[in-house]
Design a binder for this molecule. Sequence first.
Ligand code: NAD
Ligand code: ZN
Length: 345
Amino acid sequence: MKALLKKEPGKGFTLENVEEPVIKNSDDVKIKILRTSICGTDVHIYEWNKWAEERIKTPQIGGHEFVGEVIEIGDNVKGLVPGDIVASETHIPCKVCYQCKTGNMHVCKDMQILGVDRDGVFAEYAVVPEIVLWKLDESIPLKYASVMEPLGNAIHTATATDLRAKHVLITGAGPIGAMAIQVAKASGAATIIVSEVSEYRINMAKEVGADLVINPSKENLYEKVMEFTGNHGADVLLEMSGNVTALNDGIKSVRNAGFVSILGVYNEEKIPFVMNTAVFKNLTIQAITGRKMFETWHIATQWLKYNRINIDKIVTHEIKMEDFEKGFELMMSGKSGKIVMKVSE
Ligand code: NAD
Ligand code: ZN
């Protein structure tokens, strides 16, 4: 089968002919990949940054976001049959650790990530355990189904608190921040304020419904937020940039006893943080990883199915998997939202 392989340490992926994966365990499911999308993590692996160098073992197939069709099931698979259309959680849990047993599978102690710790889904076929698969309503277009995993990040971050009638500040309108705009709308926010430095993404944020977009490289974020909210401040901050200045200026813009939900991942393990501001404001700070299994997936499904959210302007490109290099270049240029690659019809 065709697959995008990281053959050896170094930059890029190559399109290779590799052996098709086979069902090894009784709970395995074999999937024909229909669409797969490129995530920032894939870009780090493509670029071969320090994190990738330390984490990725080669040769390995990349990619983790996908939608596919079930074509074969192991003997113990109970909830799926060939022909089902599935999206997938990308964090494979062990099912037996404390977190897995107590409703926090998404932070399993022994979690394996598709395309990071084992072969991924930039391929014609993949084999994954049933536990991660999410059967889809066929009314959901494939290009949206492929990006339900990052949409789930946005939902997980934004549903960590009640957004009804709140002024919500989102720092960073990359694909996930832009999705969070739609999620905040569906959650009943009063207003949605976005902070973003890239012109392309400023436009995307406006198109998907931000009430105010501030460019902090040109304007003072705190002053603009205070002005817009009548000196109230943001009730909630959703940090989705992974930028330290955005995080700290965002916290400064939140009202006393406000809520901060942080999805962003920072380049350094130790970052300067306005801790005393957070303390004296009595903020509640929630760090977020992954998606709740499978509460977030249920919300994503219902909102897409019943058109409560619209992510059409966030999935900006659809290309063939063979044209992956163009896709990665686009991602690295920052002039895109999500890029979905077609693998099969
Ligand atoms: P992205 O890098 O595409 O988007 C980040 C956006 O922030 C960009 O558009 C960038 O222009 C903007 N930005 C940079 N500096 C800024 C500043 N000073 N002020 C305002 N905006 C600024 O990333 P994404 O794919 O949308 O993901 C969002 C963040 O969430 C990233 O940090 C990513 O690493 C992280 N992430 C975390 C998890 C998790 O499980 N915790 C999962 C997925 C992604
Ligand atoms: Zn576990």
